[in-house]
Write a protein that binds this ligand. Structure first.
Ligand code: FAD
Length: 354
């Protein structure tokens, strides 16, 4: 085999790439991870760590740290339908707080010791990155991107570029994994495409949406009904969803973009204030466009020595919170299999057949 710089190169430092890095490095597999931006995500996207994801975090020794972030333990996780946050409650689905679910003797704990937790993906990514930075087997390079790669019979040669300096480097690895999201450079280079249904344009939660991250603690002074985790707001003016992030005033607001409308902080503030229905100060921390209604998957999860995981191979609509959670399961699955092959305890079959 050619001289290698590392065993596995992970392209993409979102939740999937970071979990894969932890799966490998915590088993002592030499690996490197490159991520285009210098920091983890700063806009909240996924806010639901499902039970299986929490079980993976438990195995990695991180579930306690993850549970300390996000929705406070005694915050209700109810879903309510309201006309405005300060308006009329139309319906409420009661759901227990974490504290109730995790209390000794709770029937939920008979299913698994790690139940679903409501916490923003960007906060969890910080925890994952910090752990990866601390593992000697992981070479963590944020601010570096993969620009291309060539597969050989016994290794992959990857071209890397540091964003700040433009410095380039060639890295030789036994395996490359593309965890580089929906616009995956790795997937495109392999010529693999998504198939399925994509973003049919309907009035809500389909097509072009905007995601507005706000801080508005005044909401708690004007909210007309008992607090909940997820508020669906319906009125003649608009339709939106408010996701409670920390129980102190940070929310994620989803709403449909009108035809031709562009995302802006000013417009985000206007929408949030009208959906709240009262004159409270709203600070827009960030606002991003996104596409809802995808049901896409590729027919292959890689080729030869190159694998794909996470959004790079499947895109879900956010409803149900399957996107990130499914990707984390990909990483957990691929991680031990690659470790088995690299460390020689996986038999003689290539990892794709394990
Ligand atoms: C509004 C919204 C709400 C959502 N809600 C949920 C939810 O409740 N639950 C849930 O499970 N999921 C949810 N999702 C989906 C979830 O956010 C994604 O599924 C998840 O981020 C996918 O993780 P990933 O690591 O595969 O990709 P990403 O998070 O996209 O990370 C990919 C990383 O790769 C980097 N990268 C790209 N190209 C390169 C390159 N060439 N070189 C180096 N780095 C590169 C990118 O900069 C990025 O950091 C939501 C998504 C949105 C948009």
């Amino acid at each position: 085999m050619a001289d290698l710089d590392t065993q596995v190169l992970v392209c993409g430092g979102g939740p999937v790439g970071l979990v894969l890095t932890l799966e490998l490095a915590s088993r002592g597999v030499p690996c490197a991870i490159v991520n285009e931006s210098e920091t983890v995500a700063t806009h909240p996207q996924g806010n639901t760590m499902n039970a299986r994801t929490m079980e993976h975090y438990r195995r990695l020794g991180l579930s306690g740290a993850v549970r300390e972030m996000g929705l406070p333990p005694d915050h209700p996780t109810d879903l309510t339908y309201v006309t405005r946050l300060s308006g009329i409650e139309i319906a409420r689905f009661r759901m227990p707080s974490s504290k109730e679910k995790m209390a000794p003797g709770s029937p939920d704990l008979k299913v698994t010791p790690e139940l679903l937790h409501r916490v923003s993906q960007m906060l969890v990514e910080n925890i994952l990155k910090k752990r990866a930075d601390a593992l000697p087997a992981a070479d963590v390079r944020f601010g570096w991107r993969l620009t291309g790669f060539t597969q050989h019979s016994d290794h992959v040669e990857a071209k890397l570029e540091e964003a700040k300096s433009g410095r380039t480097e060639t890295l030789r690895c036994a395996y490359l994994v593309g965890c580089d999201g929906a616009r995956s450079t790795v997937r495109r280079a392999l010529g693999i495409r998504y198939a399925g249904e994509s973003a049919e344009d309907r009035t809500y939660m389909m097509g072009r949406m905007q995601s507005i991250y706000i801080e508005a603690p005044g909401i708690y002074d004007v909210q007309a009904n008992p607090i909940s985790f997820h508020l669906k707001v319906l009125n003649p003016e608009n339709r939106s969803a408010f996701i409670t992030l920390d129980g102190k005033g940070k929310f994620l607001v989803f709403t449909k973009l009108a035809p031709g409308e562009e995302v802006s902080a000013e417009r985000g503030r206007e929408i949030a204030r009208s959906q709240i229905g009262a004159d409270v100060p709203v600070k827009v921390i960030s606002a991003k466009p996104w596409t809802a209604g995808n049901a896409l998957v590729t027919d292959r999860y890689g080729e030869g020595r190159v694998f794909l995981a996470g959004d790079a191979v499947h895109l879900f609509t956010p409803t149900g919170g399957f996107g990130m959670n499914t990707g984390i399961d990909d990483a957990a699955n691929l991680g031990w299999k690659l470790a088995a092959v690299v460390q020689g305890w996986g038999g003689s079959r290539p990892p794709r057949q394990l």
